[in-house]
Write a protein that binds this ligand. Sequence first.
Ligand code: GN1
Ligand code: MG
Length: 360
Amino acid sequence: MREIYSEIGRRFCLPGSIAAVRRTGNGNINHTYHVTLENGEDYIFQKINTSVFRNPAEIMENIARVTAHIRGKCGARPCLGFLCTESGDNYTVIGEEYWRAAPYIDSVTPDTCLTPEVIRGTGEAFGEFQRQLADFDGSVLHETIPDFHDTHRRLDTLFSHAKERTDMKNARVFETAGELTRLRTYYKEAILLSDRYRAGAFPVRVTHNDTKANNVLFDRETLLPLTVIDLDTVMPGMAMYDFGDAVRYLANTAAEDEADLTKVSFSEERFAHFAEGFLGTVRDTLTPDELRNMVRGAFSVTVELAARFLDDYLCGDVYFRTDYAEHNLVRARNQLCLADDILAKAARLQEITETYVRGA
Ligand code: GN1
Ligand code: MG
């Protein structure tokens, strides 16, 4: 047992000593551990990635505010919240490391049970989260990662890194020439929404900003959604990107890092189930212009992720967790393939969203 876990347990005043610790979760950023005490109680310990989140105290302040706001709205469902230390902080610093702890919620994630009901439930959960925050004043939130979903800036950053690395004759940049060309072709279409957002064309919502399906926990027995997790990136943002990021992940018939591109496609069925859950929950609170741009949101955020993965590949894999040398390149190719398929199916996907906007 590493001493650090016991120290974390002490600081968060856990009722007993630790019996087991195992790595859990499939996040690309933070390190998450499932901790069991001698008395059988389960907890989650998480080490915050401080090279991604430069100011962890600010994220934890955001989370405290957001969870306090939604606490009264959770009904019988568990409400996400981190434990506090004796001094009342919802995180603790050990050496250079920032740690937080929460009671473990026994659950499953859609990754492991992608039924139509679960996909619809995922849409409802993210929609509900957005509704719960509709009366929350986003201006009090810190921008934990500035310009997080500024697709325009993400693409420009990639192209400028590509240029620098071409000048440096970096091998990786030559390997990715084809992907860079494809991203240039998508540039104009992909930056449209974030440019309009920046110009004030869309309402500023308080959004989750990382709506991967595995950020919703479901009851093991009933398969009903319990809670949304991973609130690190809750910030002011666009409704279309929360929708888009969710379907980018969930409607992909392959994993986000599947290397065999013949397995990658955008499932209209899964998209429809998610749209039904999400739009059914939020459509009354969104403007017609937002509702019209959901499919474009899916395309834009998929291109954005392709750009982010490729950028990380060029920069030497400094951001996302990678398991092998080409991991980020594989992810970028996967997302480009998915973006192609979204474009090819765009008209049909638009019809589907319109059905759920009308409330069928
Ligand atoms: C990261 O760590 P995880 O899986 O929650 C990333 C998201 C990406 C996602 C891609 C803070 O999220 O933006 O969509 O990987 N989070 C951050 O898998 O950059
Ligand atoms: Mg996340």
